[in-house]
Design a protein around this ligand. Structure first.
Ligand SMILES: *Cc1c(COP(=O)(O)O)cnc(C)c1O
Length: 394
């Protein structure tokens, strides 16, 4: 965990080369072509036959395989230190395909509390219809996880979690799960592979909402899953072709473009996010900042930097609505991970979407506002936050 403003980033050089360097393209192009084709044809009966016997990797149909999408998948696998990866039409496509590919009727999922709200709702509302039980646990309490692991099919992690950014001890939980024969999967959208590579710490599968930092420009909704060839083959076998949530070639191209600057962007989100979170934590009109750097959580050892997403709780003297309406550089909106700064109050998004238990379920209060610190000039952002909080700090 870095305690100053420069991320601890020992493998950054390797990652920088992965995102900048491509496999050879036709005509020596430095950018991959977009294979905007739904199907791919074969020159002969024998070559068609070889493909269907699994003896060649010739693309067949873009719901399953597409060369542009494949290039994104190989880049992401390299970034996550994984053998293989799959691209999806959305982060939720990756979440649902992974779960339905690995779990069936009678299985139990052990899931850390305070995960991404749509993942949480999917587990509560949809999985029971398939006979899949879900048990939620405080992921920061490794003993509680250990007690609940026996008999589970899947341990679902998100470190840091959404909205309150609780972290989990990845090496320890991975070892406990392995000993209990439980597959581990983590949502790594917040840190991105630049700041956390869970497979290097024993986690089996890593998934992403690529709509966030991987894309990085707020122009694509996509997802990804990385892991061992054997586990991805199981998901390919049972869920991936049938649920059909495949990444499109144009979206894959946008992601490859976005990845080029991922190391640079993450460094800037790290610096600006940490600096502003620190200033907000010292401001008299902010009662609490939920940022993993300020919570001595068990998952800090595997994080080599901080991204730009955190939440604040406003003092009772600050009206949440007036605070939001005083922002102009910070736009009001969902999602995060792009170039632009964003704000969103828990009061509207979480409560509206899941009713009266939502604050308890997601660990927030009605005075919580989530901020995404984008790539703008930091002093411009600070001036605006200070103004919205009603003047300079003491
Ligand atoms: C946004 C998000 C998702 C869902 O991704 P989509 O691309 O919107 O489907 C999953 N996990 C986390 C942590 C997210 O923030």
């Amino acid at each position: 965990m870095p305690d100053d403003h420069s991320p601890r980033d020992s493998t950054a050089d390797r990652l920088r080369t992965i995102v900048a360097h491509d496999e050879p393209h036709p005509m020596g192009a430095v950018v991959p072509p977009i294979y905007q084709s739904s199907l791919f044809t074969f020159p002969s009966y024998d070559e068609l036959g070889a493909r269907f016997r699994g003896e060649s990797t010739h693309a067949v149909y873009s719901r399953v395989d597409n060369p542009t999408t494949g290039e994104f998948e190989r880049k992401l696998a390299a970034l996550e230190s994984a053998e293989a990866a799959r691209g999806f039409a959305s982060g939720m496509g990756a979440v649902s395909t992974t779960i339905l590919g690995l779990c069936g009727s009678g299985d139990r999922i052990l899931c850390v509390r305070h995960v991404y709200p749509d993942t949480y709702r999917m587990m509560l509302k949809m999985l029971p219809r398939f006979g899949i039980a879900v048990e939620f646990v405080d992921g920061g309490d490794a003993d509680a996880v250990a007690r609940a692991l026996p008999g589970a099919r899947l341990l679902y992690l998100e470190s840091p979690t959404s909205w309150v950014f609780e972290t989990q001890d990845l090496p320890r939980l991975a070892a406990l799960a392995r000993a209990a024969g439980v597959i581990t999967v983590i949502d790594n959208s917040w840190a991105s592979p630049i700041f956390q590579r869970p497979i290097e710490h024993g986690i089996d599968l890593v998934l992403h909402s690529a709509s966030k930092y991987l894309g990085g420009h707020s122009d694509v909704v996509a997802g990804a899953l990385a892991g061992s060839r054997a586990l991805l083959a199981r998901i390919d076998d049972l869920a991936f072709p049938y649920l059909g949530a495949k990444l499109s070639p144009f979206d894959a191209w946008l992601l490859i473009r976005g990845l080029r600057t991922l190391p640079l962007r993450m460094r800037r989100h790290h610096e600006s996010g940490l600096e502003l979170a620190g200033r907000l934590a010292r401001h008299r009109s902010v009662t609490r900042v939920h940022h993993p750097a300020f919570a001595n959580g068990p998952g800090l050892a595997t994080l080599s930097g901080w991204s730009g997403l955190f939440t604040i709780e406003l003092a009772p003297s600050i009206d949440v609505r007036r605070f939001c309406d005083a922002l102009t550089l910070f736009k009001l909106g969902v999602s995060w991970g792009g170039h632009e700064s964003l704000a969103i109050p828990a009061l509207l998004t979480l409560q509206q979407a899941s009713g009266p238990n939502s604050f308890r379920d997601f660990g927030v209060s009605p005075r919580t506002v989530r901020l995404h610190i984008g790539l703008e000039e930091i002093e411009d952002l600070w001036r605006e936050l200070e103004q919205a909080l009603g003047g300079a700090e003491d």
